[in-house]
Design a protein around this ligand. Sequence first.
Ligand SMILES: Cc1cc2nc3c(=O)[nH]c(=O)nc-3n(C[C@H](O)[C@H](O)[C@H](O)COP(=O)(O)OP(=O)(O)OC[C@H]3O[C@@H](n4cnc5c(N)ncnc54)[C@H](O)[C@@H]3O)c2cc1C
Length: 476
Amino acid sequence: MADNAGIAGNTGDIGATVDLAILGGGSGGYAAALRAAELGRSVVLVEKDKVGGTCLHRGCIPTKALLHAGEIADQARESAQFGVNATFEGIDMGGVHKYKDGVVDKNHKGLVGLIKSRGITIIEGEGRLTGAQQLTVGDTTYTAKNIILATGSYSRTLPGLELDGGRVIASEHALQLDHVPSSAIVLGGGVIGVEFASAWRSFGTEVTIIEALPHLVPLEDEANSKLLERAFRRRGIGFKLNARFQRVEHTETGVRVFLEGGENVDAELLLVAVGRGPTSANLGYEEAGISIERGFVTVDEYCRTSVPGIYAVGDLVATRQAAHPQLAHVGFAEGIMVAEHIAGLPVVPIDYAGVPRITYSSPEVASVGLTEPQAVAKFGADNVKTVTYDLSGNGRSAILQTKGAVKLVAQTDGPVLGVHIVGDRVGELIAEAQLIYNWEALPSEVAQLIHPHPTQSEAIGEAHLLLAGKPLHVHD
Ligand SMILES: Cc1cc2nc3c(=O)[nH]c(=O)nc-3n(C[C@H](O)[C@H](O)[C@H](O)COP(=O)(O)OP(=O)(O)OC[C@H]3O[C@@H](n4cnc5c(N)ncnc54)[C@H](O)[C@@H]3O)c2cc1C
């Protein structure tokens, strides 16, 4: 491993000369740093805030802690149906934050220790690309044979809709609220909007989601969206589909959102969850000749930018070959791939359709591979087959009292093309589904695998038995 002991940090005009300099220490940036250091490269990792980035501090981890607190609240409320006497007395938001922040802090400390233990130097400060082989932080310039841009993304809003951090907020503000809002409007029924709607409902908030497209989680197979919508209706989560935001007004008690068509909705606050934009402005990217489209750095299948030697990973990038999911594990995978590519190892480009996707609401929505319309578009309707296995036939799901289904999309007489699941805790099942999709397994091959009883994973096995023409726990 290279010796980085001479790198002092942002203290002088001429910084170190290293093998690799990375701008941004989120999922993509730090994964690249760890793998590159493992491969013997000297690495500086420039981070203006905290390593771990959005995912650890404002994304994946804190939101899932919030959702878990919500799950505990729901279990307390519903305990009687399991014969357990417990009383739900309310949410102590201070206590929720203590738990959530404890999880984040522990992970952050672990990550900092891990990065340092690999000999990587963290440079604290805001960096800029100042040449094909140069990053500048303050008045110190670091020279590197290769550079990785990993500056991530920010919460977008709509034209004319200003985030004030009080009544009109983004996800980072929502994670810091010191109380449970009595009511909330969530603008955007994608993953982030749906997760906050779910957590807040568990905490007791009256929630209305406004989604411009015909379904919640609109990138999912429609079957998944419909099952989630049914479950949300049961939970009393309101949603308006095909509803377009027009404007928002402040009222005495909160906000009033006006929709196109004249309808309006009142609530204590408005969460804007309309997507994440790339953090690429004023960082010297364009001046250095990096090609950018709609703010995203465009990369090839190895995450190479238009400038030789400079790569980009994570939420910042748009890939030419496929839609690029903004997910932490995509950032990890790209970071590892780039570090290996730089080291001259043989690497396989990422199949973005094969990336597992989970919405951690109650119930969870999980999928991998192609949706039915995508499969039909690729192979033709006559060559695509689907089956749906209802979780009502699954013992473990009955124990957990959760509803949902596993839908499989397959090529007729060919491999499985997509797995789509809804139900509490089904997110964990998508790891097996990922193997099935990525190894192009045939239904008959999966049908041969034995799933432990009673688990929810049996639903994956049962769905494949059904697809292979030998259903077990399925009524005719
Ligand atoms: C509310 C929410 C929930 C989410 N939940 C999930 C989930 O459950 N699962 C999942 O897979 N994904 C989830 N995501 C998405 C996930 O967080 C991102 O895909 C992931 O963080 C992207 O990693 P990245 O490295 O590209 O960018 P980031 O994590 O955004 O990291 C970029 C880093 O660069 C730093 N930086 C930016 N500019 C500079 C500069 N000029 N100088 C120095 N440093 C700079 C930033 O401070 C930041 O630390 C969630 C996101 C949000 C917002």
